[in-house]
Design a protein around this ligand. Structure first.
Ligand code: IMP
Length: 199
C-alpha cells in the first residue's frame, strides 16, 4: 500500500519522510504527481487546512494520504502568525522576510516576553474519506537574531524550552526528536497503523 505525503514543501517533506520511515508503506511525495490539484489553504485553523489537503489529494489520487499544516504562534503578537505563518510578510514572502518581520515586531520586547509555540496538525485520509487528525506542539521563545543554518522557516529564531540553541542550531536529528511535527506524526502513525490493520 502506498501513502502520499500531500505537500509540495520540500523541507516539510524531508522531515515527514524521515519520521514515517518505519511504517510498512511506500511513502511517496506529491511532487511525483504533477497533475494533482493545488489545494487552497484558506481555512481559519491548521486542522481545517490539513484535513482539506489530505481529503482532496487522497480523493484525486484514490489512495491513502497524509497532510501537514503547521505554524508558529507568538504570544506577544496575539498568537500570530499562526495559520498565516507561510505568508506572514505578505505576497512573495520568503523564510528570511518572515523571520525579519517577526524580529522587527518584537524588537522592543524583552527575552522574558518572547514566548512562542510551534503547532502542527497531521491529517490522514483515504480515497476522500477522513481517517483522523493529530496535533503536536512545542513551546519555546523567539531569539533576538537568526542563529544556525539547518532546518527551514522559523527554525533560526526559535529556541525550544529546555534548550539554549535554536532549532536551526540543534540540527535536524535533534529537532526531529522533539518537534511539533514529530509529536503529531507519532500520533498519526498510530491512526495509520490501526487503519491499515483493518485491510
Ligand atoms: P503551511 O503549513 O504550508 O501553511 O506553512 C507553514 C509555515 O510555518 C512554513 O512555511 C514555515 O514558515 C512555518 N513552519 C512550519 N513548521 C515549521 C518548522 O518545523 N520549522 C520552522 N518553520 C515552520
Amino acid at each position: 500500500m502506498r501513502l502520499i505525503v500531500a505537500t509540495r514543501n520540500r523541507d516539510k517533506l524531508k522531515e515527514i519522510k524521515t519520521l514515517l520511515k518505519d511504517l510498512p508503506l511506500k511513502v511517496i511525495s506529491l511532487n511525483n504527481f504533477s497533475s494533482a490539484p493545488e489545494v487552497r489553504e484558506n481555512g481559519r485553523t491548521l486542522e481545517s487546512n490539513a484535513i482539506k489537503k489530505a481529503v482532496q489529494i487522497s480523493k484525486f489520487l484514490k489512495t491513502l494520504a497524509v497532510a501537514d499544516d503547521s505554524g508558529l504562534e507568538i504570544e506577544a503578537l496575539g498568537n500570530k502568525p499562526g495559520v498565516y505563518s507561510a505568508r506572514f510578510s505578505g505576497k512573495g514572502a520568503t523564510y528570511k522576510s518572515n523571520n525579519e518581520k517577526v524580529l522587527r515586531l518584537l524588537q522592543d520586547i524583552p527575552l522574558s516576553k518572547r514566548k512562542a509555540c510551534f503547532r502542527c496538525v497531521i491529517a490522514v485520509a483515504d480515497k476522500g474519506k477522513l481517517i483522523g487528525a493529530a496535533e503536536g506542539k512545542i513551546k519555546g521563545r523567539i531569539t533576538q537574531r537568526p542563529l544556525g543554518n539547518t532546518g527551514f522557516g522559523y527554525d533560526p529564531i526559535f529556541i525550544p524550552n529546555g534548550y539554549k540553541k535554536t532549532f536551526a542550531q540543534l540540527g535536524i536529528n535533534r529537532k526531529n526528536k522533539i518537534s511539533h511535527r514529530s509529536k503529531a506524526l507519532v500520533k498519526a502513525k498510530k491512526v495509520i497503523e490501526e487503519y491499515v490493520l483493518t485491510f
